[in-house]
Design a protein around this ligand. Structure first.
Ligand code: NOJ
Length: 748
């Protein structure tokens, strides 16, 4: 039996949305409304153009002409406030329609002060810090005249071959939604009118992260219930948080390119979610409808995108070129055009651009301030995940001699990661810089060993080993350079590139304890070398202040708190891999499968146990979602439920005692998972529903309590109805997706 229920967040959405967006826009008489514009000027608002001009001399004449003729409504990538102000001057004083331009840019994880990559930020599980990081980015970017960022990227990604996983918040819909809200709030502040606020963009709508084989821009097939249960929730959260704009994706989704996806945009985003903001295409993605073979020419592409709900076309000009004819031919009505223009003007009003079109920011006072750098360091610190720590190799003893080895130990550019258009590598503090500060030169022995993370040239290994032999402990910093992840940088083999595995083996042969710090855009397949490592820290690409954060953690001046926002595979061939997979009819478990090395010769086919696993790598990931160690030890005990049965509208409390059994302080992330045991669709083996971070002094215990509501158990069934199905549920309070304490309850 199932019970249809309205989406629980819908009423919150309406309240929030009306309060923040529509309310702000319509509360006062607009300085310019659609009715004041000619058809040509309306069409102009739908065009977003690109220029990289940094100086007035670099501004292309044809762009100036387009602005004068009011044929462009927004511009991305303007290279300086002077250029922004000059283009705006043309729009406000020389153009036909006198409508301010919006200047947009990809400010993805910081403008000049770079925070860890979004995947790293998600590893902090610290929404307040993530929000503060986005605020810093907004303050810096707005001081340069940028009032619109194309972030956050909230594509769920379950395959780290995909290079853009680094830009995402990982594989989980709940954690991604939490981070989405934090980041939208950070960028947009309390009001978009505040000159330090910038409009956020939730992207890419929708399913882009499900690219088949992890190959960027690849096809995606996502059945509708899965779309609703996994890929859409972060967009719903973004809409509820008042995100100003949403960007459509490049991918084809179930046969229809996302930028012309009538169902996804009109039915779900506009209809079900009630999104009233601006929809922008991705770069050329309207034109690409032709390349997909979905439109026969640019005119049809324009028509498809317009009908599917597109408001602004980024860079390509199919709508601009064809809209007059489409209006004349009656395929698009003026009322449809007016609705789009009204949304765009509304955004400009919300940003206060009619009153204050020019940037008056003071970059010198806003950019790279000590507070911003401090925040970058704190966020980097909380993003670090301690994955392995044999025999308490970490933290390092204070007077220990350190051999610092590896291609990313002093890689000012690469520690910044992907999408850092405005960063400068001279701002970065590297691991080497930070170690030099922390320990005397007589205790530090450095060797880069490899020219780059990709290098196969082993000529410097001898010198690296010499350095290693002088020290008490080796800290190897390697992984992937920034350019090995990000857009169009997918990898088919996600092991450490170049000769790094070989170097790690050589270093281990010295007999010294080996600490490995990985900087990378994705979890790397470390199966072949993980046994060589005494300790392992995942640092993602930690940003401007990555060095001090890492050194504080390694030396025990700070505690490790990060947790994986993504399941970490042993080998590339395990992907896609994610903890919240539906239950198999033949689930594998410890002891019921056979590794291929153990097959007797000429064994029978059934010798594997016929379970859901690989004969060469088993069924487990290297590290589960939610995993991360601390320098102390933590025990979960005494799980309690306030009730063992609730109605579909009911709620219960789940609590457990969490004890710091060690001698160092701990920040523990207690995670609440559920499983719906029998349902009308096969349900995931676990699903994250909430989490709490709690700090515990040595030997301190605290009881963590979660409220679980009937609506938290709802999901979209085969008929795409949002239902809570009565029956038996498991609930866990857990340190990660594989462990934890379980209790059971019933929904009646
Ligand atoms: C293409 C990327 O897919 C998108 O994320 C980005 O915002 C635009 N280019 C603009 O640079």
């Amino acid at each position: 039996m199932s019970l249809f229920r309205p989406h629980p967040l819908r009423s919150t959405l309406s309240a929030l949305f009306l309060g923040t967006i529509a309310g702000a826009a319509f509360a006062q008489a607009p300085a310019m409304s659609v009715g004041d514009l000619t058809i040509k000027h309306k069409i102009g608002q739908l065009q977003q153009s690109n220029t990289d001009a940094k100086t007035l001399a670099e501004i292309p004449e044809d762009l100036k002409a387009a602005i004068r003729a009011s044929r462009v409504g927004s511009i991305l990538n303007v290279g300086s406030p002077e250029v922004a102000n000059e283009l705006q001057r043309i729009a406000m004083t020389e153009s036909e329609a006198r409508i301010p331009l919006i200047f947009a840019r990809d400010v993805i994880h910081g403008y000049r002060t770079i925070m860890p990559t979004p995947l790293g930020q998600a590893a902090s599980w610290n929404a307040e810090l993530v929000q503060a990081g986005a605020r810093v980015a907004a303050v810096e970017a707005s001081s340069m005249g940028i009032r619109w960022t194309f972030a956050p990227m909230i594509d769920i990604s379950r395959d780290s071959r995909w290079g853009r996983i680094t830009e995402s918040f990982g594989e989980d819909p709940y954690l991604t939604s939490v981070m989405t809200v934090a980041s939208v709030r950070g960028y947009q502040g309390d009001s978009l009118k505040d000159p330090t606020s910038i409009a956020a963009t939730a992207k890419h709508f929708v399913g882009y992260g499900a690219a088949e084989g992890g190959r960027d821009y690849n096809v995606t097939y996502i059945p509708e219930p899965l779309l609703h249960n996994v890929y859409l929730p972060p967009f719903k959260a973004a809409v509820d948080a008042g995100v100003a704009t949403i960007m459509t994706a490049f991918n084809e989704l179930n046969g229809v390119p996302a930028s012309a996806h009538d169902y996804a945009i009109n039915t779900v985003l506009r209809g079900e979610f009630g999104f009233k903001g601006v929809i922008v295409s991705d770069w050329d993605s309207v034109l690409e409808l032709v390349y997909h073979g979905y439109a026969e020419d640019k005119k049809q592409a324009a028509l498809q995108a317009l009908k599917a709900g597109m408001d602004i076309e980024m860079v390509s000009t199919t709508m601009q070129e064809n809209l007059t004819a489409l209006l004349d031919g009656g395929q698009v009505t003026e009322a449809e055009l007016n609705a789009k223009v009204a949304r765009i003007l509304d955004l400009k009003h919300q940003l206060g651009l009619f009153e204050q079109p020019y940037t008056k920011g003071d970059p010198a006072k806003s950019i790279l301030t000590p507070e911003h750098k401090k925040l970058s360091e704190e966020l980097a610190l909380e993003s670090l995940v301690l994955l392995k720590n044999e025999k308490r190799t970490l933290p390092l003893a204070k007077n220990v001699k350190v051999a610092l080895i590896g291609p990313l130990a002093h890689a000012a550019h690469d520690q910044l990661g992907s999408w850092v258009l405005d960063a400068k590598k001279q701002d970065s503090v590297t691991v080497l810089d930070a170690f030099r500060q922390a320990v005397g030169e007589d205790k530090l022995f450095y060797s880069q060993a490899l020219y780059s993370s990709r290098s196969r040239d082993t000529k410097d290994f001898a010198q690296a080993l010499e350095q290693a032999n002088k020290a008490d402990v080796i800290v190897f910093v390697g992984g992937e350079e920034a350019v090995l992840s990000g857009e169009a940088h997918s990898r088919a083999d996600t092991r450490l590139p170049g000769a790094q595995e070989q170097l790690i083996r050589e270093l281990k042969k010295t007999g010294k304890p080996l600490v490995v710090v990985v900087m990378a855009g994705r979890p790397l397949a470390l199966n072949d070398v993980i046994d060589e490592m005494d300790a392992l820290v995942m640092a993602w690409h930690p940003g401007t202040m990555g060095g001090p954060a890492i050194v504080r953690l390694l030396r025990g001046d700070a505690e490790p708190v990060g947790r994986l926002p993504v399941t970490w595979p042993k080998v590339t061939g395990q992907m896609p891999i994610y903890y919240n997979h539906p239950s198999s009819g033949r689930p594998a478990s410890e002891g019921n499968f056979t590794q291929m090395d153990d097959f007797p010769l000429e064994a029978f086919q059934h010798s594997t146990g016929h379970k859901n696993h690989y004969i060469d790598i088993g069924f487990k990931p290297q590290f589960p979602f939610g995993y991360g160690l601390s320098y102390s030890s933590v025990q979960y005990s005494d799980i309690k439920l306030s009730k063992t049965a609730i109605g579909v509208d009911g709620e219960l409390k789940v609590s457990a005692k969490i004890t710091n059994t060690g001698s160092r302080p701990v920040t523990e992330t207690a995670q609440l998972y559920i499983r719906d045991l029998v349902a009308s669709s096969v349900r995931p083996v676990r699903e994250l529903k909430s989490y709490q971070r709690l700090t515990l002094k040595p030997r301190e215990s605290k009881r963590v309590t979660f409220t679980l509501r009937g609506e938290d158990l709802a999901y979209y069934n085969q008929k795409v109805e949002y239902v809570v199905e009565p029956g038996e549920f498991h609930v866990w309070i857990a340190p990660n997706a594989e462990e934890g304490l379980r209790a059971d309850f019933i929904v009646r």
